[in-house]
Design a protein around this ligand. Structure first.
Ligand code: FAD
Length: 375
């Protein structure tokens, strides 16, 4: 049979695209090389920050606003707890990329954020120890997404909308013939489709070899620590946080369960040559960097590492996503190079990929197209 649409890769982006394509009424198949909701790509590790006053670029703000609405709707549809508003405290030098970027986006789009001096910050959140030269910006409406529950819910809703899923099926190559019919070779046989969505995350360059993307896959280690502070617990109002320090950019989440607080480094990381051979052993240097950050910027007397998980960023050269039609085939679309900040946008990225296949152009996504950029 010839499918209306095949989604290649069922991580975060692919799950959202599968849901959107099935909702569009297309006979849709999702193909995933591992199992559904796995921990070998970029979409695992309990939590992801969702925020609107976007320091990376103000053009993301309208997309973030739409994404919030979409997550709220999905949450109602699934009855699962997907998103939680804890607030987000961003700390750094007043003229640094993060603080300047947040304030710039907030000003341009009229978003409510609070600027906190060190004294105000320490009084409101006594658990934090910012540098004396730093300033805080608090976005009360920000929060976190439960990453695995989000992916599982999108897949469940996609199935309910009629999508099929083939797990443990690795795509080896694809070919578009003169009539536009797409043949896909997998380790489980050949598939045919009229439209293809490539959502292969760190494997994007291996799937779309002909496009010669300059993405860099970076290894990221997420760590969970138990610390002796009750105010670090989610139920006691601990916010998500992101610190731009002179030693790198670190972020973290409240303690949700027995694993404790999660902390990770947004900057740095090792280049991954082959995502299928990612080193999952604990990297003591990365762990040490997060421990140093915690010791320097959080108040506690005891900490204990209880868990870690390795993940991957797929960085585009300019740190912005690539969401576009294939330059040669208008029935093939791609979302890649999500550069370590793409999760919050999933539902609207899924819709956009399907809209592109439907011949629609949404100007708010233009800054993420390939034209005029080195991708
Ligand atoms: C540690 C970490 C923290 C992050 N924090 C945030 C955050 O706070 N906020 C935020 O918004 N974003 C965050 N991100 C980014 C966000 O999680 C990613 O942008 C997003 O999850 C990427 O999803 P993806 O679908 O592109 O990739 P993936 O989840 O890796 O999915 C790609 C899928 O394609 C499959 N695949 C690939 N090749 C093939 C093939 N040939 N055949 C079949 N299947 C294939 C893979 O197995 C995989 O399942 C973070 C990322 C990491 C790693």
């Amino acid at each position: 049979m010839v499918y209306d649409c095949i989604v290649l890769g069922l991580g975060g982006v692919g799950s959202a695209a599968l849901h959107s394509a099935a909702q569009r009424g297309w006979n849709t198949l999702g193909v995933e090389q591992f199992g559904a909701v796995h921990d070998r790509g970029s979409s695992h590790g309990q939590t992801r920050i969702i925020r609107t006053a976007y320091f990376e670029h103000p053009d993301y703000v309208p997309l973030a606003q739409r994404a919030w609405e979409a997550w709220d709707k999905l949450q109602l549809e699934t009855g699962e707890w997907l998103v939680e508003k804890t607030g987000l405290l961003q700390v750094g030098p007043p003229d640094g990329e993060v603080v300047q970027g947040v304030l710039g986006s907030a000003k341009q789009h009229g978003l409510p954020v609070e600027i906190l001096t060190i004294a105000e910050l320490s009084e409101r959140f006594p658990i934090f120890k910012p540098d004396s030269t730093h300033v805080g910006v608090f976005e009360e409406s920000a929060g976190f997404l439960r990453v695995e529950t989000c992916v599982a819910s999108l897949l469940k809703l996609a199935r309910l909308a009629g999508a099929q899923i083939r797990a443990n099926t690795e795509v080896r190559s694809y070919h578009v013939d003169d009539q536009g019919l797409i043949s896909i070779d997998t380790n489980q046989g050949r598939l045919e489709t009229e439209r293809l969505i490539v959502a292969a995350g760190p494997w994007t360059q291996q799937v779309l070899v002909e496009l010669d993307f300059h993405f860099e896959v970076i290894r990221k280690q997420q760590q969970w620590f138990q610390i002796d502070r009750v105010d670090a617990k989610y139920e006691n109002g601990f916010p998500c946080y992101l610190f731009e320090t002179d030693d790198g950019c670190f972020y973290g989440f409240p303690e949700l369960d027995r694993l404790g607080i999660k902390v990770a480094e947004h900057s740095g990381g090792q280049v991954v040559v082959d995502p299928s051979k990612l080193d999952r052993n604990v990297n003591l240097q990365d762990q040490g960097r997060c421990e140093r950050f915690l010791d320097r910027h959080l108040n506690f007397t005891k900490r204990r590492l209880v868990h870690n998980s390795t993940c991957m960023y797929t960085m585009s050269p300019d740190g912005h996503f690539v969401i576009d039609r294939h330059p040669r085939y208008e029935n093939v679309v791609v979302a890649g190079g999500m550069s370590g900040h793409g999760f919050k946008f999933l539902p609207i990225v899924g819709q956009q990929l399907v809209d592109l296949l439907d011949g629609k152009d949404d100007p708010s996504f233009r800054f993420l197209q390939m034209a005029g950029r080195q991708c």
